[in-house]
Design a protein around this ligand. Structure first.
Ligand code: GLC
Length: 419
């Protein structure tokens, strides 16, 4: 059976932007000028600093400060597009329960509870669609620290084992909000669960997956809705597999899948997280995933004023520049069948099978590289420059040597035209 049209497109798109933005972007990892004792992602500050430090009431008050005057949906979408990204997934509601659209279900949202008073989900959706980017949302279904019954409430009086309580949250907030998002025209969902939990039972998960697919069978749902850990029987009911945070599988996976990764450590903006990864490393993550049949979704945590942190801006531009001259080797391609993964990096094939592309991640100018094919080669060139590549064909495949001039270039790609 072929893939759903929407899923095929998602898979062809290869590269997307994730954005974590919400009330947590204001404290940016610090509460009263200090990092909480329990350290972790900045978007977890309510959880990590709770106890002596952040009562829920105080956290809720952040809504009164939420006023990202530099937020410009067009600018965000443009940055994603220029980076070579073809879709964008935005935190419509994270674990803190704060909605970034005009939710009628809960007034704890960006339109009703803040001086900003704007609907970020709608603005971003429009900005993305104007540019042909697919727009999707992250929706925290399993945890909602604002709703009294919303899961993992280690400071609340509710046992997370009490399913009846959780079901109250499920019916009062989760399902109606997902319905609202469907009504908004959202057709790509990124749900988030990563461990076994008594709250997400088979029935809940089935109900949520069915709700979305009944609304529109082309609507996409990821595996982190919780099926892996809590209802493996439903693995086939979800559309694409989401890896763990920054988790990169070592081999090809047949089903459509993606890794969500960060530029540094935190997802939400953290003013004390300086562990920025290099552009070369981030590109390598993308290339490896594409070579293993997967997507890559790279996260930006905008600052409280709605601007992207400068280290992200630079890396996005650099990644976009590289993709700009290697686009045909990425989008719409699939990994080329080989008996084992090539030592130089990865190999993709154009949809019509006429060209194949060798991404050189270990650039050695001395050792010849080799891949398997029974089709005669017509020409071999460096994709970016058109420079000829020396190659030899035998009964099993093609051996080639990197031109000396590519020694210092980041991830050159060789294009082979096959007859
Ligand atoms: C984790 C975190 C969350 C983040 C997500 C992104 O599950 O709980 O804060 O949104 O990963 O992959």
């Amino acid at each position: 059976m072929g893939l759903k049209t929407s899923l095929k497109k998602f898979q062809d798109d290869k590269f997307g932007m994730f954005i974590h933005f919400g009330l947590y972007s204001i404290p940016a990892g610090l509460w009263n000028g200090r990092e909480p004792q329990r350290r972790g992602y900045a978007e977890w500050i309510l959880y990590n600093a709770f106890g002596p430090d952040i009562p829920l009431k105080e956290y809720r008050n952040l809504a009164k400060e939420f006023n990202p005057l530099h937020f410009d949906a067009d600018e965000w979408a443009e940055a994603a597009k220029n980076a070579g990204m073809r879709y964008l997934i935005f935190t419509a509601k994270h674990h803190d329960g704060f909605a970034l659209w005009d939710s009628k279900v809960s007034t704890f949202n960006a339109v009703r509870a803040t001086p900003f008073g704007r609907d970020l989900v709608l603005e971003l959706k429009n900005a993305c669609e104007k540019r042909g980017l697919q727009f999707g949302v992250y929706y925290s279904h399993w945890q909602d620290w604002e709703h009294p019954c919303g899961g993992l409430p280690h400071w609340q009086e509710i046992s997370p084992r009490d399913n009846r309580q959780f079901d109250q949250y499920w019916r009062e907030k989760c399902l109606p909000q997902v319905n609202e998002l469907l009504d908004y025209g959202i057709r790509l969902f990124w749900f988030d669960n990563w461990c076994k939990t008594p709250n997400l039972r088979y029935e809940n998960l089935k109900e949520l997956i069915d709700l979305v697919h009944r609304y529109d069978p082309e609507c996409l749902v990821n595996s982190r809705i919780g099926v892996t850990w809590n209802a493996p029987e439903l693995l086939d009911a979800v559309d694409y597999i989401s890896m763990g945070d920054n988790e990169f599988p070592k081999e090809k996976i047949a089903r459509p899948w993606e890794t969500s990764g960060t530029f540094n450590h935190s997802w939400g903006y953290s003013c004390c997280d300086y562990s920025w990864k290099s552009t070369a490393y981030l590109l390598q993550c993308l290339i490896r995933n594409v070579g293993r049949n997967g997507n890559y979704q790279l996260n930006v945590g905008p600052r409280a004023d709605g601007s992207f942190p400068p280290p992200c801006i630079r890396r996005l531009r650099e990644i976009g520049a590289w993709i700009g001259s290697h686009a045909e080797a990425l989008y719409g391609t699939h990994p080329m069948k080989q008996p084992f993964e090539p030592d130089f990096g990865c190999l993709t094939e154009s949809p019509d099978g006429k060209n194949c592309y060798a991404f050189i991640l270990n650039n050695s100018n001395d050792i010849p590289y080799y891949f398997f094919t029974d089709r005669p080669c017509r020409s071999a060139t460096v994709l970016e420059t058109g420079q000829k590549v020396d190659y030899e064909q035998d009964g099993n495949g093609i051996g080639f040597k990197m031109p000396r001039e590519t020694a210092f270039s980041i991830y050159p790609v060789m294009k082979f035209e096959l007859a």
